[in-house]
Design a protein around this ligand. Sequence first.
Ligand code: MN
Ligand code: MN
Length: 356
Amino acid sequence: MPLESTLTEFIIGEQRKFSRATGGFTALLNDIQLACKRIACLLGRGALAGVHGAAAGENVQGERQMKLDVMANDIFLRTNEWGGHLAAMASEELEAVYQIPAQHPRGRYLLAFDPLDGSSNIDVNVAVGSIFSVLRCAEGVSVPTAQDFLQPGAQQVCAGYAIYGPTAMLVLTLGHGVHGFTLDREIGEFILTHPDLRIPGETSEFAINASNERFWEPPVRRYISECLAGRSGPRGKDFNMRWIASFVAEVHRILMRGGLFMYPKDSKDPAKAGRLRLLYEANPMAWLVEQAGGAASTGRARMLDVAPEGLHQRVPVVLGSREEVERIARYHAEHDQGADQPYTSPLFNKRSLFVQ
Ligand code: MN
Ligand code: MN
């Protein structure tokens, strides 16, 4: 009887194929997958474990923290700090870089993570997830600072997420395609069930928070209005809309069946260039999407080329099926060159604050 491949076997196989990989990296991924299993287990207990509801405080971004945000963050830190593979960690829930406690050995990788993504969905029992990104720490750095994490996404050595839905899955890339693993709860292992995920180039499904429409820039209005016009509009076909309000779940859907996701730049809060965070949300997902044949952009630049300026920096995100992402990037370019006049007419509202 052929046995299915576990995540651990898969990682060791990858390590043997690519001589630059080390055993330490495999051990790090084992710790990351253990953190995800622990969170999956806790989420599965839900109200039985008394873990629903809000925590006392706010996180560093001034967002309401749920009890599970705090618990998932602790699980990620505790599970990954002792193994000797990490030089430091950065979390959505921590303002500063997390230093490896002195009693543990330090390693050569940096781990950035969102311990629980979509946490507003916890109490309504909708899929949430964890997102992670692994970078190399520069040689000779003994106490990593935020600056050491400010590497473009193209320099990631591993990126992935766990999704906690009806089944728990872990999806990751090491730069050689995207592979999905399903948690077998009886043996406690992630099993390779979705090798070589590919995103179709075309789609007729998009996801955007339409309640922000009045804050969008003209190129985004143009794109969405064309989709909404359906078969009788310029696209000549009908579109479906999806919105789960959980980034992990949105990206997972796109990896499973294609589609487009956007959280674009808007004028709602001029201090924020977007909603999602570059280092531990946008970059890992952008690399996964590219590795699956899709594309990821800010609307004006390839996501993986963005030079990060801050640990918790936000960016506009457009990702998914390649042809749609390229179309939206083109609409932004045409707008910035003033070449989209019909779409900035009063029909599509006045130009936003961002455009002179
Ligand atoms: Mn998140
Ligand atoms: Mn989160």
